[in-house]
Unconditional design. Structure first.
Length: 342
């Protein structure tokens, strides 16, 4: 066969070839030998070889070969290749007829990054096998998946979270992960339609992260899910306005605790602490919200008036008949003092 050279012009794109009858490796190697960039994802399988079970590296997706070239160079290759009868362009049907599938450079780069990790138990699917909703795209920031872009989703009949990387219309690959370090990409969250409920939920999550789930290996998965929910709620609350003093205090306290739970820079928490300083004294003296706000103002802003208010309020409670609400406040006070007291 006459030697062909891969064209390095701007017309090169990633095409998908079908290589029938288990010719994937032969086609890939032939393309590479001719100067093309070609790729077949591989994975280990346990097979019987001469009566013994052995780990054998085989194509992970049957019949597919990805190649970067111009369409003209691939047509020349196909017509001159000894493997011509087995090679076809993978195509999609459009209004104007059938067109070869072209994979975007970014999609191919992510797909190769993930599928080159042959030791991590990847699972491959056809697109039609997974009815994936349009999930939030994330970039993994640490670990073996660092810089890979995909979506974090739960798969049908699978436990845990999976990083899903898809080549539209061609293949989907999923790897089980603990997405502790992910960066949302272009995330859009609808503005909250229940500000009071979302503020309450954000406060609950922040307290759970601060006091009930220590940041250690045993709590990685639970913390990861709560952090994701916390960040989503906070985005939904962006731009929402509050007018009454109690609403302002609740909003500021929730955001202050969220910043602390996420271990963010003090500059993130400071504006919310300042809001509490101005609003808390305007709340009723019997308000438990004022008491909670004053607790954090005492511990985190060293506000003497708040310190006196907390001590004076609790001193008037009957130590033999605490209400459930008072018990919760006292429990939070003990936890907060352990966490924030200088």
């Amino acid at each position: 066969m006459e030697t062909l050279q891969a064209n390095n012009s701007k017309g090169e794109q990633w095409y998908v070839l079908s290589a029938n009858y288990k010719k994937e490796i032969a086609v890939r190697d032939e393309l590479i030998g001719l100067g093309f960039q070609a790729y077949v994802p591989m994975q280990y399988e346990l097979l019987k070889v001469n009566g013994q079970r052995q780990r054998v590296l085989r194509p992970a997706i049957h019949e597919l070969v990805f190649v970067k070239a111009t369409k003209e160079d691939l047509l020349d290759y196909k017509h001159s290749s000894r493997l011509n009868p087995y090679i076809f362009f993978r195509s999609m049907r459009l209004e104007q007829g059938w067109k070869p599938i072209v994979v975007r450079e970014d999609d191919m780069e992510n797909f190769m990054k993930l599928t080159q990790m042959s030791e991590i138990g990847l699972k491959y699917f056809k697109p039609e096998e997974l009815r994936l909703s349009k999930g939030q795209k994330v970039r993994i920031m640490d670990g073996i998946f660092k810089n890979i872009v995909g979506t974090v989703q739960k798969l049908p009949h699978k436990r845990g979270d999976y990083l899903v990387v898809e080549i539209p219309g061609v293949s989907v690959v999923a790897a089980s992960i603990k997405p502790d370090y992910v960066e949302p990409i272009g995330k859009h969250v609808a503005r909250s339609s229940d500000v009071e409920g979302d503020v309450q939920r954000m406060t609950e999550i922040a307290c759970k992260l601060l006091y009930d789930l220590p940041d250690d290996i045993a709590n990685e998965t639970a913390r990861s899910l709560l952090i994701g929910e916390l960040q989503t709620i906070r985005m939904a609350l962006e731009g929402c306005k509050t007018f009454m003093p109690a609403d302002k205090a609740s909003y500021a306290l929730a955001h202050f605790l969220a910043a602390k739970a996420l271990a963010e820079d003090e500059s993130v928490a400071a504006p919310h602490l300042a809001t509490l300083l101005s609003v808390a004294p305007r709340l009723r003296s019997v308000s438990l919200l004022r008491l909670r706000a004053s607790l954090y103002l005492s511990l985190c802003a060293s506000d003497e008036a708040s310190t006196h208010f907390v001590a004076d309020t609790i001193s008037h409670w009957s130590p033999t008949s605490f209400t459930e609400a008072q018990k919760k406040i006292l429990s939070e006070k003990r936890s907060a003092e352990k966490r924030f007291r200088p």
